[in-house]
Design a protein around this ligand. Sequence first.
Ligand SMILES: Nc1ncnc2c1ncn2[C@@H]1O[C@H](COP(=O)(O)OP(=O)(O)OP(=O)(O)O)[C@@H](O)[C@H]1O
Ligand SMILES: O=P(O)(O)O[C@H]1[C@H](O)[C@H](O)[C@H](OP(=O)(O)O)[C@@H](OP(=O)(O)O)[C@@H]1O
Ligand SMILES: [Mg+2]
Ligand SMILES: [Mg+2]
Length: 327
Amino acid sequence: MSTQSQCQRFRIGYALAPKKGQSLIQPSLLTKASERGIDLIPIDPIKPLVEQGPFDCIVHKLYGPDWTRQLQQFSSQNPNVPIIDSPDSIERLHNRISMLEVVTQLKLHFDNEKFGVPNQVVVSEMKSLTSIEDLKLTFPVIAKPLVADGSVKSHQMYLIFDSQGLESMTAPFVLQEFVNHGGFIFKVYVAGMNVKCVKRKSLPDISEEKLKSLKGFLPFSRISNLIDNDKKVHDDGKKNSQGDEVDLESVEMPSQSFLCELARGMREALGLNLFNFDVMRDARDSNRYLIIDVNYFPGYAKMPGYESIMTDFFLQVLHKSAVGVTE
Ligand SMILES: Nc1ncnc2c1ncn2[C@@H]1O[C@H](COP(=O)(O)OP(=O)(O)OP(=O)(O)O)[C@@H](O)[C@H]1O
Ligand SMILES: O=P(O)(O)O[C@H]1[C@H](O)[C@H](O)[C@H](OP(=O)(O)O)[C@@H](OP(=O)(O)O)[C@@H]1O
Ligand SMILES: [Mg+2]
Ligand SMILES: [Mg+2]
């Protein structure tokens, strides 16, 4: 039987920062893609994009006006080559208010599940800050950087327990209510129509009793971006890299139909193919799910079976593009 490699082959160019490229483009992905007729080709961001190629598709996670111009020039000369994803659509995820506004505007209804986002407000300048009650929030709250641009500081957060802790912050930031959610979150990876949910360690619940003894603020960062020795995040309840017992095994997944429908709605509303979103199950209502974060082009390699999922996505894009050309 002829394999895909004896038929037409496709060239997908990828433009990623070095660390991102090393984590995503692993030999196992190159092999899986090649077996299914796809060659993954690194794009040199220093050289003019239009002088590289030819490509049947481009995937990227680079930013800035020069790169956007490069993509525009390439698209004007290659209008039928999909660019995954458009810089304008990606930009919406670089702000922690606009990234979640999309969720609040989704017109989706489910028999059992309810979904939404935690109450949150933007604090643009400290002098406008009055009291937590005026902000219609209650302690504890989380202060998150307003800008989510992939920088280290965009992941630096603070759990705040009282007004003294709040006054220690530096504006601008988003203040989001802290919701008890059992100490786990669900990370829902989306690659086009492909949706994969994984469980990750999260901030522990804070009881009313415990809250009485907590003062000021507590800094934290990337608490759910856990990896262990073999760079995989085990969902089977093994110890994580901090050595804490994280019993993820006993956590029941949300229904796949709910997640797929939510992912479809977000994909269409965001106009994006490659993203993940973090979902908490409200500890007070197991049918209530809160989306707290949306990330562009996340760490797919941490997802079990990512080679097949990414290759399926690439083939779906290439097929759609080929059909589009003949239509
Ligand atoms: N409103 C909330 N209530 C309770 N815990 C929260 C809340 N928001 C965030 N967290 C906890 O803090 C972690 C980091 O929050 P968030 O995902 O917004 O930050 P991030 O830096 O964008 O993370 P990522 O690495 O996923 O991009 C979450 O995974 C969760 O454990
Ligand atoms: O654009 P950035 O670097 O912020 O994207 C992050 C993203 O916010 C998440 O932290 C990803 O982790 P997961 O959600 O666990 O996949 C990061 O993936 P990583 O494996 O590259 O660390 C993205 O870089
Ligand atoms: Mg997150
Ligand atoms: Mg994030």
